[in-house]
Each structure stands twice: as C-alpha cells, then as structure tokens.
Design a protein around this ligand. Structure first.
Ligand SMILES: O=C(O)C1=C[C@@H](OP(=O)(O)O)[C@@H](O)[C@H](O)C1
Ligand SMILES: C=C(OP(=O)(O)O)C(=O)O
Length: 435
C-alpha cells in the first residue's frame, strides 16, 4: 500500500464549506484591522450582567462565542441591546433567575465562566454544548461550586445546577492545570458571593496566566478588590461591581495569522489599534514573530511586522499563550530547521486535541512532526497541497490559511468553523492578499 498522502484537491471539486486557501504570489502589504477580543468581550459581558447599573461595550466582538454568551445571559434575565450597527452593546442587569437552558457551543469562556454566575440565579439551569464541548474539562469549577453549597448534577456538559440565588462563598481548592479558565470563572462571579471567594490552585502549573491577569485587571477596573500577591492563590473581596463603559481592544490572537503573512511572504502587515499595555496573551505574537526572524515595530499606527521571506527555527515555551500554538506550528513548517513547541500539553483539551490535529494535518502536507509529552517537534520538508481538516477548531482554519500562503492546492475543510471567534476571517484574509 502506498504511504503517499491523498491527491491534491482542486477548486472544481470543493465541497460545501471547504475553502481553497489563497497562495500569496507576491509579498503581502496590507493594513488589517481586526475585531474585538473574545476574551475581553466575554469577561465584560459577565461583569456587566453582575454589575449594579447599566453598562456600555464599544466595539465588542460579534462571533459565535460572544453571541452564545449574550444569549446565555439573556436566558438568565439580563437585558442586552445592540446599537449603532452592532458596534455598541448596552447591558441592563436584572435579578438572575431560572429555569433556563444554556447552550455553550464550544466556547470555553461560556462553559467555564457561566456556572459560577448561574449559581447566583434562583432556580435550575441546564447547561449543554457541542459534542466536542462535552469532552472539555469542567470538573474543578463544578466541584468548587458544590463545595460552596450549590447543587450540581453532572461532572461536565451536560449538567444541571440549582441554587437559591445566594452563594456563601469562601475558600475553594482546585487543580487548574487543565485550564486557567477554571480560576477566571470563580473570580469573575466571586465578588457577588456573600464572603467573596479565595481560589487556591494545587497541582501542576496553571497555563495561560495572562488570561488570569486579564480577569484580575477587569475586576479591579470595575472597583472589585483582588489580591493576587501570592502565587497560585487569588482573593476576591465581596463587593458591588461598578457598571462598565469600555471599548474592547482588538483581538491580538486573531491578528496573529495576518501578521504571520508578512513574515512568510517577505511583506509588511500593520494591525491598527494594537494596545501598548495589555493583558491579552496574543501580545506574545510580537516576541514570537521576532524569534521567527521578523522585524516587529509597535508605534502610533499599530503593530507593523516586516518579513524577509526567511523563517528561523525556534524552540519556544507557549504555556502562557497556548492559543497561538496552531499558527506557530504552521509558521514553523516553513522554518530553516527543526522547531520545538513546549509547555502546551493542556491544548489536547482545547476545541479539539490540538497536538494530534496539528501533527496529523502537518504530516499530511509533508512535514515531519512528532507529538511530544507537552508539545510538538516540527521538522520542515517540502510541502504539497491536500485537504486540511479543521476538527471544528477556528484556530485550525487560521493555521490552514497561513500554510496556504505558500502551498498551492491547500483546501481548508469546514472553514466556517472560524466563526467561533472571527466570522469574516476568510473575507479579511482574501482582502489582505488582494485576492
Ligand atoms: O480566559 C480566556 O479567555 C482564555 C483562556 C485560555 O484558556 P486555557 O487556560 O484553557 O488555555 C485561552 O487558551 C483561551 O483561548 C481563552
Ligand atoms: C482555546 C480557545 O478557546 P476557548 O475560549 O473556547 O477555550 C481558543 O480560542 O484558542
């Protein structure tokens, strides 16, 4: 039997939902604005629903994850109104109540952040989500709520939670090595618990720490006292949450593949509005692209990345910015030597098993890839077209687009799945390339 991968697929045979990733036949020169941050939008929505007055979000992200968050909060009683062509959302907090059914889709922020909020609702709330979401870990959040006296039936999706609408709060001990979102979830709602909340992590290191720093930052900005002075322990004092009037920063993780296009084509891409101070993990893109050999400049106009077309191999720990891993792996497939991605064992439980997905799909294009205990070892080889499977994972679509810049006949399967965080990704991508 031949070990050759399947034949390249051509436009004529494209199945519904498949997308022929455009090859950049020239250096890409573009200014690419990107929509608001998923992580900030969904945190602001939660805080606004728990706040003491009406809030306003400017430039929120409209995507599957944020729409699910809006719908879930509305199901619990919160008023949310979209204005000015969806560039402004007004949030009117109301007493939270059940019964309600919450669809989490595949959104980690919805499935993790909302159970501690639902514990503040009077009644029974049922949670479910996509088939793939049922495989994503949730136990530590549900066990923490149980230990605070909330009745929880189930250990992951689907599950049911029943509360009187009051939570005593106190100290919870959890293992958050599977996801930083377990900690963020409990902190976000904790100010509304009678005694606040103290979260103590016990276990292997917590991944994605910038995301917890973001949670602490948005809580403090809303007037909540948070003590994060000790490693692996966070204390949120009981207090009211001030209403918000905030503009959402652009999503820096979603900007990353566009910036990578400058590196890979020897072009120049600017993302306007890149914040000079931010807790977004996507800000690591600056350092990562520099390590790959790009020239990176943060100025008044935004972040500008210039490439030479040459990509240097890297050895990188992505534990803090694991959501960038799929695009980092795609870039590494063009490097001038073997690269190592480390510290990302937990992404086996992201939207899909990302280590397996990347290893399988990069191998099918011709790369030599080995899955390690906590990452990937990538040895670049000449690449050829193929169908690039995406496993319901928006970041696999982005990785496929990056690979397609230099690989003809690369067909990204189910490209619509990118709507999780960026519904118009393929249109923006084509526009950037001038397709
Ligand atoms: O809190 C958040 O907004 C997120 C936290 C991180 O999750 P993990 O800690 O599970 O990696 C990150 O990967 C995810 O994309 C968004
Ligand atoms: C891991 C991710 O998402 P989620 O918020 O669903 O965990 C991601 O966006 O890469």
């Amino acid at each position: 039997m031949s070990s050759e991968p399947p034949h390249p697929t051509h436009t004529a045979t494209l199945a519904t939902g498949d997308w022929l990733a455009p090859v950049a036949g020239h250096p890409v020169h573009a200014v690419v604005p990107v929509p608001g941050s998923k992580s900030l939008t969904n945190r602001f929505l939660v805080l606004a629903a728990l706040a003491q007055g009406s809030s306003r979000l400017s430039r929120p992200l409209r995507s599957r994850d944020s729409t699910l968050m809006c719908e879930a909060l509305q199901a619990l009683g919160t008023g949310i109104e979209s204005r000015s062509d969806d560039t402004e959302w007004l949030i009117e907090p109301q007493p939270l109540h059940g019964p309600a059914a919450i669809d989490c889709g595949l959104a980690g922020t919805v499935m993790r952040f909302l159970p501690p909020v639902a514990a503040l609702a009077d009644g029974t709330i049922r949670f479910d989500g996509d088939e793939a979401a049922r495989r994503r870990p949730l136990g530590p959040v549900l066990e923490a709520l149980s230990s605070l006296g909330v009745s929880v039936r189930g250990t992951g999706l689907p599950f049911e939670l029943t509360s009187s609408g009051r939570v005593s709060g106190g100290t919870v001990h959890i293992d958050a090595s599977g996801s930083s979102q377990f900690v963020s979830a409990l902190l976000l709602a904790g100010a509304r618990y009678d005694d606040g909340i103290t979260v103590v992590h016990e276990g292997k290191p917590v991944p994605s720490l910038p995301h917890i720093a973001m949670t602490v930052e948005v809580l403090r900005d809303a007037g909540v006292l948070v003590d994060d002075s000790e490693a692996n322990r966070w204390r949120v004092e009981p207090s009211q949450i001030h209403a918000l009037d905030v503009e959402v920063e652009p999503d820096l993780s979603n900007a990353f593949p566009f910036l990578a296009a400058a590196l890979l084509t020897g072009g120049e891409v600017t993302v306007p509005g890149w914040p000079h101070f931010t807790t977004q993990a996507g800000d690591h893109a600056r350092d990562i692209l520099q390590q790959f050999g790009a020239d990176v400049a943060l100025g008044r106009d935004g972040l500008t990345v210039r490439g030479t077309g040459r990509v240097e191999a890297i050895d990188i720990d992505l534990h803090e910015a694991s959501e960038l891993s799929p695009v980092v792996a795609a870039i590494a497939a063009f490097a001038d030597g073997p690269s190592h991605l480390r510290g990302i064992g937990h992404i086996r439980f992201h939207e899909t098993d990302r280590l397996a997905a990347l290893a399988t799909e990069l191998t099918a294009l011709g790369t030599e890839v080995a899955e390690t205990e906590d990452g990937l070892a990538i040895r670049p080889k000449p690449l050829h077209g193929n169908v690039f499977q995406t496993y319901g994972d928006h970041r696999m679509v982005m990785a496929g687009a990056v690979l397609g810049l230099r690989v003809p006949d690369l067909v990204v399967h189910d490209a619509g799945t990118v709507a999780k965080t960026m519904p118009d990704f393929t249109a923006r991508w084509a526009h950037m390339i001038g397709d």
